[in-house]
Structure formats: structure tokens, C-alpha cells
Design a binder for this molecule. Structure first.
Ligand code: GL7
Length: 811
């Protein structure tokens, strides 16, 4: 099935029938769609297995260096379609199923999204795995097999309601439990010093432990027979205790260990860019890190005998600070278990670990109370203390007498463990995720560290996989592109630039916009089915889909819609191009302002969509349960991509790239990767507005912005703000949106009011631009043609060459 030319339809049909019988004791014509999905998935898995085995044999034989991508989150989405695409058999399977009277889309829809992540950070990890496999780099993704992933979002009466995501309900056809690789992970207790052969040995005693059991998921490379592994850990109770024991102490401990095992992997914390500081979260972090590091060391030792050269074969990439305990855990294993001297172990550790920073939002900075950290991880804490002691000496040597430096840079300070500081001290590389973001790290957030060790700092601008977000998500555009320039773009996105010769070709423009139109029809149908709202595919589809966060400013977007509505009511003949404002966003369950913003968007939608007097000139749609699978539909259908974060706050963004790839024009601030998007496409081909990052940071430093000044001087702003508190959108409770009103007027932390006019004016430019159909078509095509840089293949090549020094495997 791997090669297009060897795909045997009849064989596939037989396999499918046999799978349905084996799994469900049914014939194909009796099976439910879910059962057929499972059977198809097992057939596909069957074709993966040999390559999976061969890939790992090749890695071992060629003894290549391996990257372990350590991440609390992998937002994989659905696997079936992606696997078929990368196995080059998507069309063949679709045709075969059609011959059986089955619809591939319906079958794909049976698969729950693997939502083991919140947003951009987790999705980036998933894109990276796709690129690593496609480029043939030896890699493991290491994470947690959460029993419940990101919650499902229901909208009830305009409010978000969280529903548990029982994604494993019907089992996961692609995973394989690897019981043989289970390891023990210990928590709590105390540390005893014992003498072994004249050497002190630190032994953790009186601990509780769990059995970490890995489940492997295949990561299929595109058309290259490579299959890497996403290894996610589950926790099981260690039951070497006799539950019938009359020893009360033993019995209680057994019960506690059962509970620990049950809770550890229960659920993904649903916070994006925010640290909640819960004890269980630290347990999750140490759990998967200890298991992953133990396995990495054991695997290395199978074929190598000098642990001092570990870093020559292994690199750990820490996806934000969440996995930072890896620095101390590797030290623990090297010193306590492998018997290395501290300095030797530290050298290995510093050459093994690398840290990516993904945010400068202060509330996301991970700090753990020493009390908690040392109680949960007593031996690891001792090691952190020693790392800190030595690091402080290094700082003192570099800056003699400068107490301020120590205060700012120490790992342990003010009763807390500062994880970013540990990550920087223990890594050979520190990178940001877009050029602007890295510059801000160097000049502001991590300035002292940059000054002390500039050689560690570097930038790796994020990317996305075109296999999922164009080839799978937008098949019409994908085959159009291939018709024009061949299919090299699938593994070399730079080739998209060859589309530039077509941007002035009228026929191509029409084809391009016709595909956009069909994708809008597809999304309109989805919206009709899921929201019961009719939207006009000829209107401008103006989309903002991402996590709900104040800094991302969904509130500014909806305030602008409220303003437009006021204008339409005041001037019924106003001539505007009909616009459909599409939102999709989950709010963290405990994030009050974010949830209230969702309610506001829905309240505005209700009022506007049901006001016949505006003749459907504007519509507002809130798409329920925004996730990877419906994101693919939205990107393909968008005309306008809203990337409107307060400048300096969005480290990179990756949705911006997915929209661009699919031909949407960016309406955005000069923030994160928007800067580089504008650089690629040209500033005349984007709608840029608002304060610059410099300006924002100046205001923040000086504290000289007063939102009341805007309020007093701007009639439009005053009117929409008043409508938040006069019941215009909430007659049953006029005070409903008071908190949003107050936040804007008292502080306006995210400069929403200050940027409002400039945002409004950018929207006017969009309205004017869309009227020139040809020019719009040209500009839209230019987005796709200029998106080459934003492939995660490019990002991964940079990591592999400049940081990890990996070699590709040859099969
Ligand atoms: C994020 C950033 O907010 C986002 O801008 C970036 O694209 C992403 C991947 O690098 O990382 N940082 C973060 O903590 N989350 C992100 O999505 C949750």
C-alpha cells in the first residue's frame, strides 16, 4: 500500500472486511461508521508497522544521534487522514471506499482529535514531529498520555461549558502499549546517605512510586518509509504490596500509590500561557521526564559503554520550561546511578539539554515554591540546590560584588525555584520562536543571561506542516498548486514561490478565488450544521481562531463589530462589503474575563444575526469547540486572518502561517511572526495597524497610558463601551459585561482602546481592497506563493543543523 503504483484495491477491501470481523464480529455491511473507521485505521497501521520496525533498526545500526522532543503537550489532531497522506495512499483509499459505497470524510470524522495540548505550543510540537519524520531525522516525542485531553467546548446560552474529552473511549487504534519499557518513578520520602565502596551514595527512601508505562504512536514521514515515535507515558500502580495485608502502614501506602497512579495522567491542564502552580502539575512534569530520561539513558547504554559521551548521541529539546526538571533528573541519574563526578555529569548535561522559550507573558513564568518542590522531589531538589550554588559562584566570578545580578539570575530565590533560570543554566542553547520574540528575550526578559552567555542564544522562527494544513486540509488548493508547479512543495515549501509568475494571470486568479469560494461553501455548510446560522459564502470571511486570551484581543475584534453595527444602524444605506466575522476559541476553565468575552461575542452574534434591518451585511459566528480538525476547514475558507495581539505579547503565532498558506490576507499588528510574514509577502499586501512592540514597551515602562483619554476623546469608543453596561446586548442583566468595561477603562492592560482607531481604519482598507476583485485575488495568491519560509521543515532543518547536529538516516 505504501507506493501509489503498488496499491492493491482488492487486497485493501479484503483486509478491511477481515478487520471488521476480527474486531467486531460483523460483516462490513453491518458495521457502524465508527467500526469502519477502526477497521480502516487498523489496515493503515498494518502498513506502518514494517516501516516502523525498519526505521528503528536503521537508527540503531547507523548509531545516529537522536533528539528527544520533551513536551507536556502534543496537539496531534486526527491521525488517520494524515497517516494516509504521508503513506501516499490517501486518494487510493478514498476511491476504494467509494467503490464500497463509503464516504472517506464521514469515516475520518469518526476519529476523535488527539487533543493532548492547549494551543500553539502543543500544535507546534505536533508539526515538528511530522517534519522530523519527513526529513528523516531520528527523533522521539516524549509526553503524557492524558486520559482526558483538552476539554470539549459546548456553548449553552452563549456561555462556554466544558465537557470532558474522553478521547480513548473507543480505544486508540494507532497506539501500542510497550509494557516491556515500563520504569518506576519515585515521589516524596527523604534522602539517606549511605556509604558504598568508600563513596557517599544518596538514596531516596520512604517514597511513593508509580509505574510509568509507555504507549507508542507512529509518526509517519511523507513518502520516505520513515516512521518515528511519539512516546506518551501512562501511570499504573505498582502493586507489589499485598492489599489484604494486616500491616496498616503497608495498606495505606498501597492505596495512596493507587491513587497517585490514577490521578497523575488523568487530565491535561487547560491553561494556555498561564501557570496555575498546582502540585499535581509538578508531579506530571517529573513523571514523564523521569520516565523519558531513564529510558533514554538505558537505551544509550544498550549500545554504548561510556556515559560521558551521552551528549554525542542524545539531545533533549525542552519545549518551554515545563520539562526543565530534566536538567536535574539527568544529573541525578549520572551522579547517583552512573557514578559520575559532579563536574563530569554537569558537562554531559549542559551538552545534552536545550531550551525553547515560548512566551514572555509574566503569568506563564514557571516558579515552584521550594517547600513543594523539595517535598515532592527531595533528591532532585538537593541537586537543584547544588546547581544553584555553583551557578551563583559563576555569576559572582563574572560580576564580583554585584548582588543585584544574583538577585535577578539565581535559580533559587525568594523561596522559589525559577524554572527558566534552571533551563538556561543547564542548556547549551536557548532560543525564541520568532525574530522579534528572540530580540525581546535578549534585550529585555533574559537580558542578564544574554549578557553573561550570549553564545547560547539564538532564534528559530516557528513553522507549520504543509502536509496537514494544505495537502490534507485544502485538497482543492493543493491539487491546483500541484497542477501549476508540480508537487515538490509538499516536501519543499519554498517551491511555492514559483506560483508568483501566475499572480497577474487572470485565469489563475479566477481559479484561485473559485477554490476559495468552494472552501467557503464547505465551511458555510459546517456552520449551518453546527450553529444553525446561514452565512453567505460571497461575504468576506474574516476569521479569528485561537485560544481566548486578553493579549490576543478578541475583545477588540468584537468591539469593532459592535461599532460597525452602530454605524449600520445610524446609516442604513451605508455601503459595505458584506462581512462574516468568524470566531473560534476556548477559554481556560478558570479564566473569568476570557469566558465573559465568549459570552459577549455570542450575545453580539445573537443580536446582529437576528436584526433583519441590516440585510445580512454583517454576521457573527462563534464556532463551537475549535480544534485541529475544524481548524483545517476554517483556514481553507478564510479571506482575512486576524492576528491582532498587543505588539510584543505573541511570541510567534502559528495560525497566522496556516491562514497565509491558504491564501488569507493578514490583518495584524507587528507582533511575533507577523513581522516575518509581512517581510515575505510585502507590506502593501497585508493590513498592518497599531502600536509597535517598542511603543508598547515604552508605555509599559513609563506607565503613561490612560485609557480614559481615549474614552473622553473618541465618540465611537464611548458608544460601544457604554453598550457593555447599558443592557444593549444583555437586557436581562445590563451589568453582565461590567467586568470587561471596567478592565478597559481602568487599565486597558492590552492597549485595546489605544489601538482601536488604527484597527478600524485597517478594516476600512480591507473593505476597499475587497471591492477590487482582481487585485484581491492577486494578493490572496501572493500569500500562498510567499508562505514557503513558514514550513516547519525549514524550522526543523535549522534546529537540526545549527543546534542538534543531527544526521539524516538512510533507509
Ligand atoms: C506559545 C505562544 O503564545 C505562541 O505565540 C507561539 O506560537 C507558540 C509556539 O511557539 O507558543 N507560548 C505558549 O506558552 N503557548 C503558545 O502557544 C501556549
Amino acid at each position: 500500500m505504501i507506493k501509489k503504483d503498488t496499491f492493491d484495491k482488492e487486497k485493501f477491501k479484503k483486509e478491511l472486511e477481515s478487520n471488521v470481523r476480527m474486531l467486531f464480529r460483523r460483516n462490513l455491511d453491518e458495521a457502524t461508521t465508527q467500526q469502519i473507521y477502526q477497521a480502516v485505521a487498523y489496515s493503515v497501521k498494518d502498513d506502518i508497522i514494517d516501516n516502523w520496525i525498519e526505521t528503528h533498526k536503521a537508527y540503531e545500526k547507523q548509531d545516529k544521534k537522536m533528539v528527544y522532543y520533551m513536551s507536556m503537550e502534543f496537539l496531534m489532531g486526527r491521525a488517520l487522514g494524515n497517516n494516509m497522506i504521508n503513506l501516499l495512499c490517501y486518494d487510493e483509499v478514498r476511491e476504494t471506499l467509494e467503490e464500497l459505497g463509503l464516504d472517506m470524510n464521514l469515516i475520518e470524522d469518526q476519529e476523535p482529535d488527539a487533543a493532548l495540548g492547549n494551543g500553539g505550543l502543543g500544535r507546534l510540537a505536533a508539526c515538528f514531529l511530522d517534519s522530523l519524520a519527513t526529513l528523516g531525522y531520528p527523533a522521539y516525542g516524549c509526553g503524557i498520555r492524558y486520559r482526558y485531553g483538552m476539554f470539549k467546548q459546548k456553548i449553552e446560552n452563549g456561555y462556554q461549558v466544558e465537557v470532558p474529552d474522553n478521547w480513548l473511549k473507543y480505544g486508540n487504534p494507532f497506539e501500542i502499549k510497550r509494557d516491556e519499557y515500563a520504569v518506576e518513578v519515585k515521589f516524596g520520602g527523604y534522602v539517606d546517605v549511605e556509604m558504598h565502596n568508600g563513596r557517599q551514595k544518596f538514596v531516596q527512601k520512604g517514597y511513593q512510586s508509580v509505574r510509568a508505562v509507555p504507549y507508542d504512536m507512529p509518526i509517519v514521514g511523507y513518502g520516505n518509509h520513515i516512521v518515528n515515535t511519539l512516546r506518551i507515558w501512562d501511570a499504573e500502580a505498582i502493586n507489589n504490596f499485598n492489599l489484604d495485608s494486616f500491616d496498616k502502614g503497608e495498606y495505606e501506602k498501597a492505596v495512596e500509590q493507587e491513587n497517585l497512579a490514577r490521578t497523575i495522567c488523568e487530565v491535561l491542564y487547560p491553561n494556555d500561557n498561564h501557570m496555575a502552580g498546582k502540585e499535581l502539575r509538578l508531579k506530571q512534569q517529573y513523571f514523564f521526564i523521569s520516565a523519558s530520561v531513564q529510558r533514554a539513558v538505558a537505551k544509550y547504554k544498550q549500545t554504548h559503554d561510556d556515559i560521558r559521551k551521552f551528549h554525542e548521541k542524545v539531545t533533549f529539546q525542552l519545549n518551554d520550561t515545563h520539562p526543565t526538571v530534566a536538567v536535574a533528573e539527568l544529573m541525578r541519574i549520572l551522579v547517583d546511578e552512573e557514578g559520575l563526578e559532579w563536574d563530569e555529569a554537569w558537562e554531559v548535561t549542559r551538552k545534552t539539554c536545550a531550551y525553547t522559550n515560548h512566551t514572555i507573558m509574566a503569568e506563564a513564568l514557571e516558579k515552584w515554591p521550594i517547600e513543594l518542590f523539595s517535598r515532592l522531589l527531595p533528591r532532585v531538589y538537593q541537586i537543584v540546590e547544588e546547581i544553584n550554588r555553583r551557578f551563583v559562584i559563576e555569576i559572582q566570578n563574572k560580576y564580583p560584588g554585584d548582588q543585584e545580578k544574583i538577585r535577578k539570575m539565581a535559580i533559587l530565590y525568594d523561596g522559589q525555584v525559577r524554572m527558566a533560570h534552571l533551563a538556561i543554566a543547564g542548556s547549551y542553547s536557548v532560543n525564541g520562536v520568532a525574530r522579534l520574540h528572540t530580540e525581546i528575550l535578549k534585550k529585555r526578559e533574559l537580558r542578564d543571561f544574554y549578557e553573561m552567555m550570549p553564545e547560547k542564544f539564538n532564534n528559530k522562527t516557528n513553522g507549520i506542516t504543509q502536509r496537514r494544513f494544505l495537502l490534507h486540509g485544502n485538497p482543492l488548493l493543493a491539487s491546483w498548486v500541484t497542477d501549476k508547479i508540480g508537487d515538490d512543495w509538499i516536501t519543499n515549501l519554498d517551491h511555492l514561490k514559483h506560483l508568483k509568475v501566475y499572480v497577474d494571470d487572470e485565469k489563475c486568479q479566477q481559479e484561485f478565488m473559485n477554490i476559495k469560494y468552494q472552501n467557503k461553501v464547505r465551511l458555510a455548510k459546517y456552520i449551518k450544521e453546527h450553529n444553525g446560522i446561514d452565512v453567505d459564502p460571497r461575504s468576506i470571511f474574516d476569521c479569528q481562531v485561537k485560544r481566548l486570551h486578553e493579549y490576543k484581543r478578541q475583545l477588540m475584534n468584537i468591539l469593532h463589530v459592535m461599532y460597525l453595527y452602530n454605524e449600520l444602524k445610524a446609516h442604513p444605506d451605508m455601503d459595505i462589503v458584506p462581512r462574516t466575522f468568524i470566531f473560534g476559541a476556548k477559554a481556560a476553565a478558570g479564566y473569568y474575563t476570557a469566558k465573559l468575552t465568549i459570552k459577549l461575542i455570542n450575545a453580539v452574534a445573537d443580536k446582529i444575526n437576528n436584526d433583519p434591518s441590516i440585510n445580512g451585511k454583517i454576521k457573527v459566528v462563534f464556532i463551537e469547540d475549535y480544534r485541529v480538525s475544524n481548524a483545517e476547514l476554517i483556514f481553507a475558507a478564510a479571506d482575512v486572518s486576524e492576528q491582532i495581539s498587543t505588539a510584543s505579547k505573541e511570541a510567534s503565532g502559528t495560525g497566522n502561517m496556516k491562514f497565509m498558506l491558504n491564501g488569507a490576507l493578514t490583518l495584524g499588528t507587528m507582533d511575533g511572526a507577523n513581522v516575518e510574514i509581512v517581510e515575505e509577502v510585502g507590506k502593501d499586501n497585508a493590513f498592518i495597524f497599531g502600536l509597535s512592540a517598542e511603543q508598547v514597551m515604552e508605555y509599559e515602562k513609563n506607565g503613561n497610558y490612560n485609557p480614559r483619554d481615549v474614552y473622553n476623546n473618541n465618540q465611537d469608543v464611548r458608544q460601544v463601551l457604554t453598550q457593555l453596561v447599558n443592557g444593549f446586548y444583555s437586557p436581562e442583566n445590563p451589568e453582565l459585561f461590567r467586568a470587561l468595561y471596567d478592565a478597559l477603562l481602568e487599565k486597558d492592560t492590552y492597549f485595546t482602546l489605544l489601538d482601536f482607531d488604527s484597527y478600524k481604519e485597517a478594516h476600512n482598507r480591507i473593505d476597499a481592497a475587497y471591492r477590487d476583485e482582481q487585485h484581491w485575488a492577486r494578493t490572496a495568491m501572493l500569500q500562498t506563493a510567499s508562505a514557503g519560509k513558514f514550513s516547519s521543515d525549514r524550522t526543523i532543518e535549522e534546529y537540526a543543523k545549527e543546534m542538534w547536529h543531527l544526521e539524516k538516516v538512510t533507509l
